[in-house]
Design a protein around this ligand. Structure first.
Ligand code: CA
Length: 740
């Protein structure tokens, strides 16, 4: 009871100064007359198209405040944003959703270039999926300018378009050496962007990277921030990253530019998720101390701990060499990769110097060696490191193999029993999800799983499919009774849905496509027969296509036990046609067959501008058969030379091709065309009377494995290194019927 009383009292006190503001005109008046200590309170409700400009001169310990009548009940929608400029301002309690900013920024700590905010705070703010409609049009959610500002206890989730979620700018002197604090924020799931520009937090830019920022980033929670290679891109000096938690986030905290930064007490839980990484060290004077990493699967630049080579006396936008680094008392448990001298080549020839690597604990259950060393490591002094069952590496001393008994403490951290002074300190506390963001806005799961909703039973009849799809809710399963179904309309999929048959129901369709996946849609097809018997006699039909308009939400497509047949009414009939600016988290196919198709099966080649963009992160095909296919089974394109993405990934296992790729319109003359794919696994398949594969390695270090396949009257794979003079890196072995 006393607690509730206090709350009520403070709420009353808060609304006495300027009073409740109920419309935009009243807000303008209130701002004009606001004096130190005043509180401007926005009335509960929805504020549409409200571009808030909050200016004023508060005083230390006596700020001018802008707040919500009830935190979380003031909703900014439509074309809204917030700019603050002046001294000692404080904003709290607002929610931005169901709209987007008409400018490049949602929250900006400045009015314009000359009028910045200083000594100000934005706290307990929610920005939820506040995105415009173009996936590749850059925008930013929070931009900090000025000095001594704080952004804290806020909830940022659902940034889906190009552009960093939050950044600290150092573009004028008035924003340098800023001493900002970014703390206790919940950085909710950020989906894979499929190109550069998906960072969650950036401090500085390469242009001002030799400038100090003095920004502290502490006690934040990064929940599946999967946008791209860099979760955090540090590009300035003297910042501190303290006690943040990185939960199943792909990518790394990257010390991309800037010197003398401190990374201490951070916790990385990978839980074995693909591409989860830790810390990447570049430049001079970095300290990496007392950090905990467990279950990180990242490779190469995305490993658990990566120390780069640099360019000696290089230009400002290149990697500076690592000098005076201190890497000590970190615990790396069951993490796959520690890379030293990474990126070593003719240009990046500057090895780490005058650095220390001490008292780190490196333990793997399987005793596998996690070190990859690319260059001379004599500039690092290795001392007192403990390795568990791993053999000490041969490039340096200072590693001891020692039996380690790890004990879990219940907060996710494990400590070696009876071993002090090695690995993280027992005083390290994990920042939990609950300690971040706001208490009044739920931290919901980003996707609705297939099959999580109700069952809708339908029987053959007039327009039954389209009306069932319209009525269904996200996660529902539409179950088809025995019989055949004709779709006379496009079936628009704008929510996750499962359509399941008996294994013999035949679906035919009279429009140029059967399913169109739209923004928010995902599709699972099970145990069906899909035939082109009733399709129009025009070129370019598809069974499934993605929206012709930019899709902000990534979709999922899962096909199992489906027979696709007679998709040959005219030429260039594809199974899936992906449009530009649409992106699949995954496409999975199993136990399915594809027969008599005039076009391609998976056409994922529309991002042809060579901007490093592509159409799907994973394409996984298993135990499926492809017979009489005119085009490629897969046409997968990722152009450009940028190295910010982990994908695309491709896997084909336990499947067969027969008579694939020979249609005269198939210009590549191939049965599989993979361009710029980063990870390829083709194992245990049979290829008969088919055109060869064409695999173009263009960027990164693509991993291509072609193992244990059988080739019958089919030419061998053509793997080309388009931008490298080095030897072909594809691993091709144990195949039958390949001419050596
Ligand atoms: Ca980037």
């Amino acid at each position: 009871m006393p607690f509730a009383m206090t709350l009520m009292l403070s709420a009353c006190a808060a609304s006495t100064e300027v009073g409740l503001v109920k419309d935009q005109t009243a807000f303008l008046e209130a701002v004009k007359s606001a004096e130190p200590g005043d509180v401007i309170t926005l009335a509960n409700g929805t504020w549409e198209d409200f571009e808030i400009l909050f200016t004023g001169q508060g005083e230390k310990d006596n700020p001018i405040r802008l707040t919500a009548q009830t935190p979380g009940k003031v909703i900014l929608t439509g074309q809204s944003n917030l700019r603050l400029a002046g001294e000692h301002l404080e904003v709290s309690g607002l929610v931005f959703k169901d709209g987007y900013s008409p400018t490049q920024e949602v929250i900006s700590f400045r009015r314009n270039k000359d009028h910045l905010a200083n000594n100000s705070r934005v706290t307990e703010i929610v920005i939820d999926s506040f995105n415009a409609t173009e996936r590749q049009e850059a925008s930013f959610w929070v931009m900090m300018y000025g000095k001594n500002n704080r952004f804290d206890h806020s909830h940022l989730v659902g940034k889906r378009n190009k552009g960093v979620t939050m950044a600290v700018r150092l573009n004028t002197e008035a924003s340098q050496e800023n001493y900002h604090r970014i703390d206790h924020n919940y950085f909710g799931p950020r989906s894979i962007l499929g190109s550069n520009g998906g960072e969650t937090l950036r401090i500085g830019t390469s242009h001002y990277s030799r400038t100090d920022s003095f920004t502290t980033v502490e006690n934040n929670y990064f929940d599946r921030c999967d946008g791209e290679l860099e979760i955090i891109s540090n590009k300035s000096g003297k910042n501190k990253f303290l006690n943040n938690t990185f939960y199943e986030s792909r990518g790394t905290l990257t010390m991309r530019h800037g010197n003398n930064n401190l990374v201490e007490g951070n916790v990385f839980f990978g839980n074995g998720a693909d591409h989860t990484g830790g810390i990447r060290v570049i430049n001079a004077g970095q300290t990496i101390r007392n950090n905990y990493m467990e279950g990180l699967k990242g490779t190469r630049f995305g490993g658990a701990l990566v120390v780069m080579n640099g360019v000696p006396n290089g230009p400002i936008n290149r990697y500076d060499p690592v000098i005076n680094a201190v890497i000590e008392k970190n615990s790396l448990i069951d993490s796959d990769n520690i890379q030293l001298g990474a990126g070593s080549d003719e240009e990046r020839s500057g090895v780490p110097q005058d650095s220390r690597f001490e008292n780190n604990l490196i333990v793997n259950k399987d005793g596998r060696d996690v070190f990859t060393v690319y260059d001379d490591m004599s500039g690092i002094d290795f001392k007192g490191n403990v390795l568990g069952s791993m053999d000490p590496p041969d490039f340096a001393g200072g590693f001891e193999r020692k039996s380690v008994n790890l004990q879990s403490r219940g907060d996710g951290l494990s400590f070696p029993v009876g071993m002090d002074g090695v690995g993280i300190d027992k005083s390290l506390k994990v920042t939990t999800k609950n300690q971040t963001g706001v208490s009044w806005y739920p931290k919901t799961e980003p996707t609705i799983e297939f099959g999580s909703g109700k069952i809708i039973n339908i029987e053959p009849g007039d327009r039954v499919l389209s009306s069932a799809i319209q009525k269904a809710e996200a996660g529902d399963t539409i179950v088809l009774a025995a019989g055949d179904y004709v779709a006379g309309k496009f079936l628009f999929i704008d929510k996750p849905l499962t359509i399941k048959g008996t294994g013999s129901n035949k679906i035919t369709f009279e429009r140029s496509t059967l399913f169109e996946i739209r923004d928010g849609g995902s599709l699972q097809l099970q145990d069906l027969v899909i035939s082109g018997d009733d399709s129009p006699d025009y070129a370019g039909n598809s069974v499934i296509r993605t929206s012709p308009y930019s899709m902000m939400e990534n979709y999922r497509l899962d096909i199992s036990g489906v027979k696709f047949t007679d998709l040959d009414t005219n030429h260039s009939f594809n199974i899936l046609s992906a449009a530009k600016n649409t992106f699949a988290d995954y496409i999975t196919v199993s136990d399915s067959s594809f027969k008599n198709v005039t076009g391609a099966v998976f056409k994922l080649d529309k991002e042809d501008d060579d901007y490093g963009i592509y159409n799907s992160e994973y394409l996984t095909i298993s135990d499926s058969n492809f017979e009489n296919i005119g085009g490629d089974v897969v046409d997968y394109y990722r152009g450009g030379r940028d190295e910010s993405t982990f994908g695309p990934h491709f896997s084909l296992t336990g499947s067969s091709f027969e008579n694939v790729g020979f249609d005269k319109r198939n210009s590549s003359k191939s049965s599989l065309l993979l361009h710029g794919v980063q990870v390829t696994d083709i194992t245990g398949n049979t290829f008969k009377n088919s055109a060869p594969f064409v695999i173009n390695h263009t960027v990164g270090e693509p991993k291509t494995k072609i193992f244990k396949n059988s080739f019958v009257k089919t030419a061998g794979p053509k793997v080309l290194e388009l931008n490298s003079i080095l030897e072909n890196t594809a691993m091709i072995s144990d195949n039958k019927g390949l001419n050596p």
